[in-house]
Ligand binder design. Structure first.
Ligand SMILES: *[C@@H]1O[C@H](CO)[C@@H](O)[C@H](O)[C@H]1NC(C)=O
Length: 149
């Protein structure tokens, strides 16, 4: 195989196997700064979310505050109206992060987004917030998704 096609195969494998950083919109992170948002699998936007599947979420962020508690809030925004999404675990301290959160640290927030069979096949925006103990957003990001059967 010539170098060019080997490189192409290598890049393809890398894209298929590794976590995939997605382009996100920041929706008001104040006490933290988002570094990477990974949704797996989501090779391109909008993320195609298949019913009955679960998607791994890994958000790398830097904290700009300390906090005893952290809580996630997830919404599906359709025609501008946010609808609360149930995530299996809204306690951020049980999502790969050891609490209390300390100032000036890098954290990896790990969770799953399960896509229920009964969800409608629609395009929407997912908003994911992680709130500190004073209800401020450590992070808030939005990505477009398409729910599909
Ligand atoms: C989460 O993402 C970070 C940065 O890309 C990576 O170093 C870490 O291994 C990931 N964690 C998991 C469990 O995938």
């Amino acid at each position: 195989m010539e170098l060019g096609s080997r490189l192409a195969v290598g890049l393809l494998l890398l894209a298929l196997c590794s976590a995939q950083p997605v382009k996100f919109k920041d929706c008001g992170s104040t006490t933290g700064k988002i570094i990477i948002v990974d949704i797996t699998p989501c090779p391109s936007l909008p993320c195609i979310l298949r019913k009955g599947q679960s998607y791994a979420v890994n958000v790398t962020f830097a904290s700009k505050t300390s906090s005893q508690r952290i809580v996630a809030a997830v919404f599906g925004i359709m025609s501008g109206i946010p609808i609360p999404f149930n995530v299996p675990n809204s306690d951020g301290c049980k999502s790969g992060i050891q609490c209390p959160i300390r100032n000036n640290q890098i954290y990896h927030y790990l969770n799953y987004l399960p896509v229920k069979m009964q969800y409608p096949s629609v395009k929407l925006v997912v908003e994911w917030e992680l709130k500190d103990e004073l209800d401020r957003d450590l992070f808030c990001w939005r990505i477009p998704v398409q729910i599909s059967s």
